[in-house]
Write a protein that binds this ligand. Structure first.
Ligand code: XIL
Length: 319
C-alpha cells in the first residue's frame, strides 16, 4: 500500500520518526523504511549538546549535517531537537559548573552562544525547534536542572529570544513527557507559554513527547489539553511517541499498545493546530526503552525483524 507519509500528507500532517544515525549508516532496511514511510525526521541524539559541542567552543555538525542531507535527498522536513536540555550535556560543561570554573555569567554566555551557533547553522532548514526540553517536574515546579540552579527561571525566556534571533522562521517549541493530558505539569507549560507571550516572547508550539506505557492507563483528556493550547494561539505536536510494555509482550498488550498509538494520533488529527506527529524510532531493535525502563520494551511499530505490529496497522488505519 501507500507509505504512511503519503497518507499523512493527505491529512496535512507531518509524520516523523527519530533517526538513529548508526542504524542509518549500517542497516539498509532501516534506511529504506526511514526514507519511504516518513515526511519528517528528528535526530534521536546528534543535535544534542554533547554531540554538537564536545569541547568548549568546538562544534561538530558532521552527524547533524548527514541527517539534513538524507532528509533533503528524500524530500523530508526536519524537527530540531534540542537547543536546551539537562541531559546529554558535555562533560566540560557539567564539570566546569560543578567545580566553579564556569561562572554563572559565563554559563549564560555559553548558552547564548550555543543556541545562536546551532540555530544559525541550520537556519531556514528546521521547521520546528525544541528550544527547551523537560523544564518542569511532575508537580509543575521548575526542574532543578543545571540551567535553573545557575541562572534561575529567566533562562527560558532567554533561550526563546536567542532562538528567534538566530532562526526566525522555525516554530519554537517547549517539549516534555507526561504532558499528554491535563495535569499539573501540562498546566505549568500552559502558564509558562501564556506568561512568555504576555512578555512579548515568541513561543509557537507545545511539544508532547508521548512516551507511554501499557502498564499505565491512557491519558484521558488529551483533546482538552490540545485545545487549551490552541486557545492560547499556539500549535502542538506529538514529538517522541512510543508505547512500551512489560516484557514479554502478548497479543492483548500489543493490541492495547495499538490503541494507545491510535488514541494519540486521533487526538492530533482532530485538532487543527496539531501539526506534526513523530514516533521515537520505528524499529524495536533500536529503541531506547529497554536501556532505560527495566523489564519493558517492544515500544515501536515494527518488531526486531521489521514485521509491522498491530500498532503499525493502527497508525496506518488512523491516517
Ligand atoms: C533518548 C535517546 O532515545 C537515547 O538514545 C539516548 O541515550 C537518551 O535520550 N526524552 C527526550 C529524548 O527528549 O531526547 C530522549 O532520547 C528520550 C526522552
Amino acid at each position: 500500500g501507500a507509505p504512511l507519509k503519503s497518507l499523512a500528507a493527505r491529512a496535512d500532517l507531518l509524520f516523523g520518526t527519530a533517526v538513529n544515525m548508526d542504524a542509518l549508516a549500517e542497516d539498509k532496511t532501516y534506511r529504506k523504511i526511514t526514507a519511504r514511510e516518513f515526511n519528517s525526521l528528528t535526530a534521536e541524539n546528534v543535535m544534542k549538546w554533547e554531540t554538537l559541542q564536545p569541547e568548549r567552543g568546538v562544534y561538530d555538525f558532521s552527524q547533524g549535517d548527514a541527517l539534513m542531507r538524507f532528509a533533503k535527498q528524500n524530500g523530508q522536513q526536519v524537527r530540531g531537537h534540542t537547543l536546551l536540555w539537562h541531559n546529554q550535556l558535555p562533560a566540560w560543561l557539567t564539570e566546569g559548573v560543578a567545580d566553579g570554573s564556569i561562572t554563572k555569567d559565563e554559563l549564560r554566555q555559553i548558552l547564548r552562544e550555543h543556541i545562536t551557533t546551532v540555530a544559525k547553522h541550520y537556519k531556514g532548514k528546521i521547521y520546528q525547534w525544541d528550544v527547551v526540553n523537560e523544564v518542569f517536574e511532575e508537580d509543575g515546579s521548575y526542574r532543578q536542572s543545571l540551567w535553573y540552579q545557575q541562572l534561575g527561571p529567566s533562562y527560558i525566556a532567554d533561550a526563546f529570544r536567542w532562538a528567534k534571533q538566530a532562526d526566525p522562521h522555525a516554530k519554537l517549541y517547549v517539549n516534555d513527557y507526561n504532558v499528554e493530558g491535563v495535569n499539573a505539569k501540562s498546566t505549568a507549560y500552559h502558564n509558562l507559554v501564556k506568561d512568555l507571550r504576555a512578555q512579548g516572547i515568541r513561543v509557537d508550539g507545545f511539544g508532547i513527547q508521548g512516551h507511554l506505557s501499557t502498564q499505565y492507563g491512557f491519558p484521558g483528556d488529551i483533546p482538552q489539553n490540545l485545545q487549551r493550547f490552541a486557545d492560547l494561539g499556539v500549535e502542538s505536536s506529538f514529538t517522541e511517541v512510543d508505547v512500551r510494555g512489560v516484557m514479554p509482550m502478548d497479543e492483548a498488550k500489543l493490541n492495547l499498545q495499538a490503541d494507545y498509538f491510535r488514541g494519540m494520533l486521533d487526538a492530533c488529527l482532530d485538532q487543527r493546530k496539531c501539526t506534526s506527529f513523530t514516533i521515537w524510532g520505528f524499529a524495536d531493535q533500536y529503541s531506547w526503552v529497554p536501556d532505560v525502563f527495566a523489564g519493558e520494551g517492544s515500544a515501536n511499530i515494527y518488531d526486531e525483524s521489521y514485521a509491522p505490529k498491530p500498532s503499525y496497522w493502527a497508525v496506518r488505519q488512523e491516517l
